[in-house]
Design a protein around this ligand. Structure first.
Ligand SMILES: Cc1cc2nc3c(=O)[nH]c(=O)nc-3n(C[C@H](O)[C@H](O)[C@H](O)COP(=O)(O)OP(=O)(O)OC[C@H]3O[C@@H](n4cnc5c(N)ncnc54)[C@H](O)[C@@H]3O)c2cc1C
Length: 398
């Protein structure tokens, strides 16, 4: 049961514990973890012009993106508080931005319902792809966005779409492997939003694919084309050809509590002695942490999971920053182990996380006290075939 010594520097921790289970050597991202950095990012948030600038790519100064995603993904900022924070911005910017927050909530709802089945195509699948395979090596657009991903741990939404469309429709690569590569490097990488992004691009929910061609690069990042040695023989001059797409059905279990966890705090005859936190909810406002402020906390880096994912050190460093900040406020122990080994003999409280790993563990080792997850939209008991069908049937609960 290696307990991680948080007094070491991040570099020492990475070298001592994570060397074999990450895909790169020590590398910081552009994000600093921790509640104080999340709060500062939110306080500095300015979405003025967001509706027009959101899709800008390069130069980076022209972007409208908020760069909040790693904080949202790890529960340092809740969707609700970000939603409320933009109340006084102009309607068009506020509306567009809030729509994106809803996409994030939608991805969480969908994942809560379909879980690991999100590895499959959803309502439609690509029967065959008539597009030619393209040699991506000299394509300045693809190498530039790939470099940004690997060196910063971030991509704007637009380049995520370019990258996934290119991998999906113009290469021979297995989409799940390409998705995994993106997931490994994104500091905000999540199986809910990342997979949903890929599904959206592949038309797996709606039957409409997102095609990537020179057109978008010229429009959103013209210098990339100007500096590309393939400028006069661009292999993606045209849109991808229309694909042969077929309907399919996905089998879903709609049990509300199994999918979304308890609606109110679940207690037992005993009192918890610890709070267990995980990567989904690391903020000071995490329900279990904030309701039980005097209990010691523990966090477990899941050894087997990390070994199979081989995440970038960029993400581990972000998490370490966050855990170190918690250690300045209360007692915390951090392990690198198999979660069940640590949890088995503990009376712990936790906040429900609507992800398969949490569900699997707590099916066997029950928390002594369990808090409902924080949400922007109430849990659903239907399968949403698309974002708009979900949006039409749900209401934001503020
Ligand atoms: C192929 C692909 C993969 C993606 N992978 C991820 C991922 O792993 N993790 C992740 O959080 N998002 C993912 N997204 C969604 C989106 O691209 C990112 O959330 C966004 O780019 C993050 O940057 P930002 O915070 O500056 O975004 P902003 O534009 O400032 O948006 C504010 C917030 O809204 C949410 N949001 C914005 N767009 C989307 C969207 N399309 N879907 C879901 N939520 C959204 C995010 O929480 C984001 O932080 C992916 C999208 C695609 C197309």
């Amino acid at each position: 049961m290696p307990e991680i010594n948080l007094n070491l520097t991040n570099k020492e921790i990475i070298n001592k514990y994570f060397n074999e289970i990450t895909c790169d050597e020590y590398q910081e991202s552009i994000f600093k973890g921790g509640q104080s950095n999340a709060d500062q990012a939110l306080n500095n948030l300015d979405i003025h012009g967001y509706s027009k600038k959101r899709n800008n790519v390069y130069p980076t100064e022209k972007r409208g993106s908020s760069y909040l995603s790693p904080y949202i993904r790890h529960g340092l900022l809740s969707l609700k508080e970000v939603w409320n924070h933009v109340e006084n911005f102009e309607y068009s910017d506020k509306n567009k931005f809030r729509d994106e927050l809803l996409w994030q909530e939608f991805s969480r709802h969908l994942y809560a319902i379909i879980g690991k089945k999100n590895r499959e195509f959803l309502n439609f699948y690509v029967k065959n792809d008539p597009n030619d395979i393209v040699n991506s090596e000299k394509m300045n657009c693809i190498s530039t966005i790939d470099n940004e991903l690997v060196s910063t741990g971030y991509m704007v939404n637009q380049t995520r779409m370019w990258y996934s469309s290119h991998q999906m429709f113009r290469t021979n690569n297995n989409w799940l492997e390409s998705e995994n590569y993106m997931f490994q490097h994104l500091v905000d990488g999540s199986r809910f939003a990342n997979r949903l992004g890929w599904h959206w691009v592949t038309g797996s929910q709606t039957g409409k694919i997102y095609g990537f061609s020179k057109f978008q690069v010229k429009k959103r990042a013209p210098n990339i084309c100007n500096k590309c040695e393939l400028i006069n023989k661009c292999p993606i001059e045209d849109w991808p050809k229309v694909l042969n797409i077929k309907n399919k059905e996905i089998q879903i279990d709609l049990n509300l509590e199994e999918n979304f966890g308890p609606q109110s705090t679940k207690t037992s005859n005993e009192m918890p002695e610890y709070v267990w936190i995980n990567g989904e909810s690391l903020g000071d406002d995490d329900p279990a942490m904030s309701q039980l402020p005097d209990l010691p906390v523990f966090f477990i880096f899941d050894l087997n999971l990390l070994d199979s994912l081989k995440l970038s050190t960029k993400r581990i460093i972000f998490l370490l920053d966050t855990l170190k900040e918690i250690s300045e406020k209360r007692e915390i122990k951090v392990y690198l182990d198999i979660p069940e080994n640590i949890l088995v003999d503990k009376k712990f409280a936790s906040t429900f996380a609507p992800v398969p790993k949490y569900k699997k563990i707590t099916k066997i080792i029950k928390p002594t006290m369990e808090f409902p997850a924080k949400r922007l939209v109430k849990p659903i008991n239907f399968y949403p075939r698309s974002f708009s069908s979900w949006r039409n049937k749900t209401k934001v609960s503020l």
